[in-house]
Ligand binder design. Sequence first.
Ligand code: FAD
Length: 309
Amino acid sequence: SPLIARPRAPRALSVSFEFFPPKTDRMRDQLWDCLRQLEPLEPSFVSVTYGAGGSTRERTHETVARIAADTTMKPAAHLTCVEATRAEVNAVAQAYWQAGVRHVVALRGDPPTLGGAYVPHPGGYAYALDLVKGLRDVADFEISVAAYPEVHPQARSAAEDLDNLKRKIDAGATRAISQYFFDVDSYRRFMDRVLAAGISVPVVPGILPVGNFQTVLKFSNACGTRVPKWMHELFAGLENDPETHRMVAATLAAEQCLSLFEDGVDCFHFYTLNRADLVRAVCHMLGLRPAAIPTASRLAPDQGAGTIA
Ligand code: FAD
């Protein structure tokens, strides 16, 4: 049977969603509409990014604090080392804790100019590893870190990059979230190396449904994600056809997830870009249903499961 139709009911699936903090009132409304649409999928957490150089410090804080106060979802706040002293970073973390945020995604961060060289702040945390260690002295946070199936572009070697991940885990992170990838085999090969290195925490695949192929191309170049040739062919000619683009994007992301699910993967992290439609479609194809709506497998036969099957 096709991947999409294979029975998957008994295995628990866990999903998490990533958002960026809104810049304008209109974007805030859009984000909250998106959050409310995704909330019934009962994500294990929702994370909010931290702009380059701390440029979104207040907006990230405001967003995670409101998620903590006003929704049923658990927020995770991203935090970076860029252009800040240790005391400044610690103060941001403390404010998260005071707002009820218990989970931090600890990152080195990128320089404010895309593609610029990273220079650690003289009085700051130099790398994500240092931030993970520093956070432990601030409060008892749950800490997630980043992982790179296709190797971080500034890493001296794949082996050193993996060693860096292991050190972040050994320092107290309990989960890694992967950079997005399109070549599912690159994640599989990476996971073989992760396990061989003795890393036993979840390394959750980061899934990016392609909202706009041209934007993804530009961004992938900067962050080291390979865009396979077949993707160029898949999206060719869809520049002015957003409807078809959307359907292709949802199908592609669902196929990625379903293929990983067949391998035994049961946690997925979605880069939502503050849009609910693609992520909802993919989650639906994975078999996730909003909390209030029973799945076919939960229905008794006389309630219609037979007609669905
Ligand atoms: P690190 O783990 O510190 O590694 C960075 C690089 O330095 C790697 O190449 C590593 O191998 C190398 N390295 C580590 N230690 C040393 C050392 N001692 N000497 C020399 N090299 C070393 N960016 C943002 O600005 N805001 C966000 O909110 C954000 N969210 C993200 C979420 C996820 C899930 C991911 C995957 C990335 C995110 N990023 C974000 C991007 C991230 O900040 C960049 O990829 C950044 O370049 C690396 O961050 P890191 O935490 O992986 O760094």
